[in-house]
Design a protein around this ligand. Sequence first.
Ligand code: FAD
Length: 374
Amino acid sequence: MEVLVVGGGPSGLIAAREASLYGVDVTLIEEDKEIGKPDHCAGLVSINALKKILGNYENVILNKIRNVRIISPMGNIYEVNLKEYKAAVIDREKFDMELMKRAEKAGVEILTNTCFNSSFKYKIMINAEGTKERICRKFGLEIPKSIPAIQYDIEVKNYENNFVEIYLGKWSPKFFVWTVPRDDCIRVGTASYSRYNLFNLIQKFIEKNSFFKSKEILRIRKKLYGKIVISGPVNNTSKNNIISVGDAAGFAKPTTGGGIAFGCYTAKIAGKIVAHSIKNNIRLSEFDRIWKKYYSSEFKKMKFSSHVFRSMSECELERILYEMHKLGIFDELSSYDMDFQGEIISKIMKSKLLIHYINLIPKILKAYIFEYFL
Ligand SMILES: Cc1cc2nc3c(=O)[nH]c(=O)nc-3n(C[C@H](O)[C@H](O)[C@H](O)COP(=O)(O)OP(=O)(O)OC[C@H]3O[C@@H](n4cnc5c(N)ncnc54)[C@H](O)[C@@H]3O)c2cc1C
C-alpha cells in the first residue's frame, strides 16, 4: 500500500482523508474494535474549531457552553460570562464516527481491531497513535511530553449544565481540576506530574472541595485514565518514511492538553504533504516548515504561559487572579478565540498586571529564556 495510517482518532482520520482526496491509496488501522470507542476525552472544543473541522457540527454536540467559573486556590469565584456560545461539549464517539464516514467516503480503507505489526508494507506511514508512544519508540521518532490524566463522569443533583469550572491551587498542584457539563452528567478530571497522585487528587477533590460538595453526588458512572500532552509539538515530526500527527507529535495546547483543534488542523496539512510526497517526491519535513509558519508562535506563547503558571505559588496565583479581575481581563475574554490563546497571553504580558509581581519576574524571565532561546 502507499500510505498506512496507524490510529483511528481524529488526527489519523483527518490525515488519512486528506491524503486520499489527493489520490493516493490509504489504509488506516485502529487497534480498538470500533472507531470512537472507548471515548477518552472531556470533549470540550471551541465552536470555531468545530466549524472549521466539520462545517455542520450540530449532530455531534451534547451541550453548548458560554459560562466559565474559575475558582481560585482560596475559593474565590471569578465568572467569565461570554456573550455567545464559544465552546461545545462533543460526543467523541459521534465526532470520531463522523470523521470516519468522511474518510471512508474519500476512499480510505479502515481496518478496526488491527494493531500495527511489521508485516505491514507501506511507502509512508502516518503515525497517529495518540499518546501510546509505541510507534515513536520503535522507529525512533521524537516523543512529546505527556502527563497522566484521570476523569470521572459523575451524576449530581441540581446540576448546572452551562458552566465549565476550573479549580486552581492545591486541588491539583501545577495543573487544575476541570468540570465539564455533559447533557446528563458532569465530567470531572485532572492531570498530574505524578501518576500515583491522580486517584488521591480526584477523590480528595470530590470529597473535600466545599464548592463542589454543594452539588450532591448521586453516582460515579464512569472512570477513565489517559494522558495529555503538555510540551507542545516536537521539533521534527518525521523520520525516514514516517510522519507523526496529532498527540503523537504533540499538537495539543500546552496550557490545557486539549488536542482536538490543533491536532485536526495540522493533520490536514500532514495528509496533503504525504500525498505530495508520494506523487511528487517532496520531503516529509516540509510539514514542519508549514505548521511552524502558521502555529509555532501560538504554541510558544502557550508553552511560555504554562511554564509561568506552573511555577507560581498559591499566593501568587490568588493575587494574579484578583488583579486580572480588577483589570477587567475576564470580561474581555469573550472577544478572544479559546484555541488561539497567544493574543490574550500577549495582552496579559503587556498589561499593568505584572507591575504587582516583582517576585514573578525571575520566573517569567526563566520561562522566556527556556521557551524562546533554548
Ligand atoms: C482525560 C482527558 C480529557 C481530555 N479532554 C479534552 C478536551 O476536553 N478537549 C480537547 O481538545 N482535548 C482533550 N483531550 C485530549 C484529546 O483527547 C486528544 O488530544 C485527542 O484525542 C488526540 O487525537 P489523536 O487522533 O492524535 O489521538 P487519539 O484520539 O488518542 O487516537 C489515537 C488512536 O490510535 C490508536 N492506536 C494507538 N496505537 C495503535 C497501534 N499500534 N495500532 C493501531 N491503532 C493504534 C488508539 O487506539 C487510538 O484510537 C483529553 C485527553 C484526556 C486524556
